[in-house]
Design a protein around this ligand. Structure first.
Ligand SMILES: Cc1ncc(C[n+]2csc(CCOP(=O)(O)OP(=O)(O)O)c2C)c(N)n1
Ligand code: SF4
Ligand SMILES: [Mg+2]
Length: 304
């Protein structure tokens, strides 16, 4: 694994071949490609059922590293098993065990397995590619779906409201388990994401990265805009980039001024029709969250 400091260090070798039957502009596909560039060939991928499972529709196998497709509930439990098997075989050294799972699999259906594996201090990297919904089955709300978002199970109610629940603060929940490395990243900042992956790989124990993955199909934007939408999420403060290393919080993107969140919301059909009041609520949540974040008081920040 070559350390990536600048873009020149990024390997040109592709460990994911083209031609997978995912949507154009798919953020999960990009997240996986970048993960394998950062972690290299000595990686075993464990995938929970979701959109990324389409990568490996039998008999096609586009990844040049081993790929274990498991049920939606148990990616982290499978990581425990893979690590134990590697140990028994004496082939443990330098191998990255990478769970690559959606937000539905992570925040909801596979949460118990993840919590257990982190509590046991098993050695794996867990990337949640977070497209804010159960996309593969028709864009249903998950507990990663932010307040104010329309999904097929939280449609507009006629008064400009949609999902009225706050998302689970998953990075914070895993940090509270005592995981040695936890981060939020976004596919639009590839260098930050790959740096985080390499740092995670250098630390023993459970590592968790919540990767914002703007999904053209589920969020309603043109597939050419995936990176742009991720940038807007970062620059409006809707998705802060940070890492928590052995309890030490670092904010990775500190803007002089955040863009108004309306810029982010108006770029996607999933927010079309929400009322000005809901937009004001969201801006209020972000303003409230960023005050403590900028002062380094992570645990005082209620996340949007
Ligand atoms: C126990 C169980 N419930 C439901 C499903 C059906 N299912 C397959 S993929 C999927 C969506 C997963 O959502 P997420 O983890 O966010 O991944 P995404 O589809 O967004 O990539 C669901 C609900 C399943 N495979 N197993
Ligand atoms: S629905 Fe979204 S996450 Fe799923 S394959 Fe399409 S773009 Fe990718
Ligand atoms: Mg999802």
């Amino acid at each position: 694994m070559r350390t990536i400091k600048t873009i020149r260090d990024v390997p040109t070798e592709e460990l994911v071949a083209g031609g997978a039957p995912l949507c154009a502009g798919c953020p999960g596909a990009l997240g996986l490609k970048l993960a394998l560039k950062a972690l290299g060939r000595n990686t075993i991928v464990i995938n929970a059922s979701g959109c990324m499972t389409l990568f490996t529709t039998f008999p096609f196998m586009p990844t040049k590293v081993p790929w274990l497709h498991v049920a939606i509930e148990n990616a982290a439990a499978a990581a425990t098993g893979v690590r134990a098997a590697l140990e028994q075989l004496g082939r443990n050294r330098g191998v990255n065990v990478l769970c690559f799972a959606g937000d539905g699999a992570t925040y909801d259906i596979g949460f118990q397995a993840l919590s257990g594996a982190v509590s046991r201090r098993d050695d794996f990297i867990y990337v949640c590619y977070n497209n804010n919904s159960f996309s593969n089955t028709g864009v249903q709300m998950s507990s990663a779906t932010p307040y104010g978002t329309c999904t097929t199970t939280t449609p507009l109610d006629g008064q400009g409201s949609a999902n009225m629940l706050m998302r689970k603060p998953m990075a914070r929940i895993i940090a509270a388990h005592g995981a040695p490395y936890v981060a939020q990243a976004c596919i639009s900042d590839a260098m930050d994401y790959m740096r985080k992956l390499q740092k995670a790989a250098s630390i023993p124990g459970p590592k968790f990265i919540d990767l914002l993955a703007p999904c053209p199909t589920g969020w309603g934007f043109d597939p050419s805009k995936t990176i742009k939408i991720g940038e807007l999420a970062i620059r409006t403060g809707a998705w802060p980039l940070y890492e928590i290393e052995n309890g030490r919080f670092t904010l990775n993107y500190r803007p002089t001024k955040l863009l108004p969140v309306r810029e982010y919301l108006k770029s996607q059909r999933r927010f079309r029709g929400i009322s000005d009041g809901v937009v004001r609520d969201i801006q209020g949540f972000i303003n409230k969250e960023w005050k403590p974040l900028l002062q380094g008081s992570y645990w005082d920040a209620a996340e949007y």
